[in-house]
Design a protein around this ligand. Structure first.
Ligand code: NAD
Ligand code: MG
Length: 389
């Protein structure tokens, strides 16, 4: 393989660090790093940039730039800060970009990287949820390759193996069920941030961990799947699978089901996108099926996990509804993590925001950003009302 130039957006996060670990373990000379982008953790970003010998390191939060400059002094690595620097970094020539900023905050840089062309490995599912048609159009216009990093979508992408759309009967996303898989409603009502982010199988950032606990993560992933794959919403199913060994399945019209399995470690799907269409050597513990013994699958409980219903409704309404849902969820999760909202209130705030705002046509980026801003304001209002009640 020729040397590939890499950019990582969201470099200091859970996915960003897993990506960096793969790059560091790769044979010398297979990759060179162009840009590393983070929110505000300048010390961690600078250390990573030195290890990976990046050309430029960027913090989105400009107030962290002096620390970044200082930490990179004498390294020859350029330092920059602010949202325009993030977009400039995402637009620099690169063969492969990891989009791993969390939330709708990643949308602009996802679009910038796609417009530049090359391969975009997409972990930032929120950008597909908010602005799916725009993201796909940007990829198509630039001839960019969009590869799904999210483990379920990466699994389905692998199990699709280039199949004809009409051959597909349905796709199945698996969910671990999160920390409250067997909890009662009363236990969930009293859940703390510590309990919600203590995921039984996966180790991830705080926001997606809470999303896993509410199952908004799986709901967002249904919307993500509807954008990525040639299926209707009715052809997307969710199954709870506590072992998290089977990540995704495709059922074909002849009755065959193809699945992808692996340990719950994001380095496997990231490596798949890094080497695609080839495969690279990854030395991680292998999935030991005999030791695992059994694989269980259950239908999700709609009463304790209303997020799935809300996400399906937003997907079917389409337009700006998924952007409204996503923004309301981001606000509610942040309030929950700050102990200003109860766990079960997260879905309630999202539902009320959707009801209050309805949805409009998604025409361009401005319509997405307007829906996002309006939904954030409404969600804050609704959450404050609930907290006061
Ligand atoms: P994280 O919170 O661990 O990391 C987020 C990264 O984004 C950090 O580097 C942070 O500095 C950066 N960031 C935050 N706000 C920013 C902003 N405004 N501008 C620029 N950078 C900003 O999150 P994560 O768990 O790594 O998840 C990242 C994305 O990948 C999310 O969209 C998540 O849904 C998706 N994802 C994560 C996993 C996982 O296992 N962690 C699995 C599947 C998908
Ligand atoms: Mg996932």
């Amino acid at each position: 393989m020729a040397v590939r130039r890499i950019t990582v957006l969201g470099a200091t996060g859970s996915i960003g660090r897993s990506t960096a670990a793969l790059l560091e373990a790769a044979p010398e000379g297979s990759f060179e790093v162009e840009a590393l982008v983070a929110g505000r953790d300048a010390p961690a970003l600078a250390a990573m940039a030195r290890r990976l010998r990046a050309r430029i390191a960027v913090v989105a939060d400009e107030s962290a730039l002096p620390t970044l400059r200082e930490a990179l002094a004498g390294s020859g690595i350029e330092a920059a800060g602010g949202q325009s620097a993030v977009l400039e970094a995402a637009s620099r020539p690169a063969d492969w970009t990891m989009a791993a900023i969390v939330g709708a905050a990643g949308l602009a840089s996802t679009l910038a990287a796609l417009r530049r062309g090359g391969t975009l490995a997409l972990a930032n599912k929120e950008s597909l949820v908010c602005a799916g048609p725009l993201v796909l159009a940007a990829a198509q216009a630039a001839g960019a390759t969009l590869l799904p990093v999210d483990s379920e979508h990466n699994a389905i992408f692998q199990a699709l193996a280039g199949a004809q759309p009409e051959a597909i009967e349905k796709i199945i996303l698996t969910a671990s069920g999160g920390p409250f898989r067997t909890a009662s409603l009363a236990e969930m009502r009293a859940a703390t941030p510590e309990q919600a982010i203590r995921h039984p199988v996966w180790s991830m950032g705080a926001k997606i961990s809470v999303d896993s606990a509410t199952m908004f993560n799986k709901g967002l992933e249904m919307i993500e799947a509807a954008r990525l794959f040639p299926v209707t919403p009715a052809q997307i199913e969710v199954l709870v699978h506590p072992q998290s060994a089977v990540h995704g399945l495709v059922q074909y019209r002849d009755g065959s089901i193809l699945a992808q399995l692996g340990t719950p470690d994001m380095r496997t799907p990231i490596a798949h996108t890094l080497a695609w269409p080839e495969r690279m050597q990854v030395t991680l513990p292998r999935l030991d099926l005999a030791q695992l013994g059994r694989l269980e699958f259950y239908a999700p409980d709609p009463e304790r996990f209303p997020a799935l219903r809300l996400c399906r409704a937003a997907l079917e309404a389409d337009g700006t509804a998924p952007a409204v849902l996503n923004a309301a969820n981001e606000v509610a999760v942040a309030l929950f993590l700050a102990r200003r909202l109860g766990f079960l209130d997260i879905a309630a705030v999202v539902e009320e925001t959707l009801n209050e705002l309805g949805h409009r046509q998604l025409s361009d980026l401005e319509s997405v950003l307007a829906a996002d801003a309006e939904a954030r304001a409404a969600a804050h209002r609704i959450a404050a009302r609930r907290a006061a009640a």
